[in-house]
Design a protein around this ligand. Structure first.
Ligand SMILES: [Zn+2]
Length: 204
């Protein structure tokens, strides 16, 4: 049995940050209190924050298709250094993450390159066009698919969104909505239509 002791961590415990020691035995936390001393390996955190791995459910890894912006390797590496252990990547890749072949290819790339636990959304509609649903029954079966999102584009038809929500529910999955109604968009609009927009002559 290997006991690893994190000493002098700043630990969020019982609703507040406290200076505590955390003992881990075989990958399970077995004790959180002041002044634990027995362990096979002791890591002195010198007051640094000790937290569970963070989870980011809105990530663009940009692979495949936009590797000049980001890759699975670079994005997950920066996640790791920021304390994130689980990511879900958005589906607006090229090809779009709307079919089983592209999803399986993403899974292969993740196995090869990812530095943290990495998942993806399936698109809601083919090509994020809002016209035709993806195959929810097939895509939701993949373990790497955490849900469905057309992020980057809002689904504009409420009937389409209702069908998508029902399909997600039928498969025990979820919809992650990019809430943008394009009918509200004015040409050149760049900011909420409020006082700041008026004062600065910006199209709201
Ligand atoms: Zn986004």
């Amino acid at each position: 049995m290997t006991k690893i002791l994190f000493k002098n961590g700043n630990v969020f415990y019982h609703g507040k940050l406290q200076k505590l020691d955390v003992l881990i035995e075989n990958e399970t936390i077995t004790e959180i209190k002041e002044n634990i001393s027995q362990a096979d390996r002791i890591i002195d955190l010198e007051g640094k924050l000790l937290a569970p791995g963070f989870v980011d459910i809105h990530v663009h890894l940009r692979e495949p298709g936009f590797e000049y912006k980001e890759t699975i390797a670079s994005g997950t590496n920066s996640a790791k250094y920021g304390g994130y252990t689980h990511l879900v990547a958005m589906a607006n890749t090229i090809p779009c993450m709307d079919n089983i072949e592209t999803i399986k290819d993403f899974e292969k790339r993740v196995k090869k390159d990812a530095k943290v636990h990495t998942y993806t959304y399936s698109a809601i509609t083919k090509g994020l066009k809002g016209e035709e649903l993806v195959d929810f029954n097939v895509n939701s079966k993949e373990n790497i698919v955490a849900g469905f999102s057309d992020d980057g584009k809002g689904v504009q038809s409420k009937d389409m969104m209702e069908m998508a929500m029902k399909a997600a529910k039928a498969n025990g999955s979820i919809i992650v909505a990019h809430c943008e109604d394009e009918a509200e968009l004015e040409p050149g609009a760049c900011i909420n239509d409020g006082n700041y927009a008026k004062e600065h002559g910006l199209v709201g």
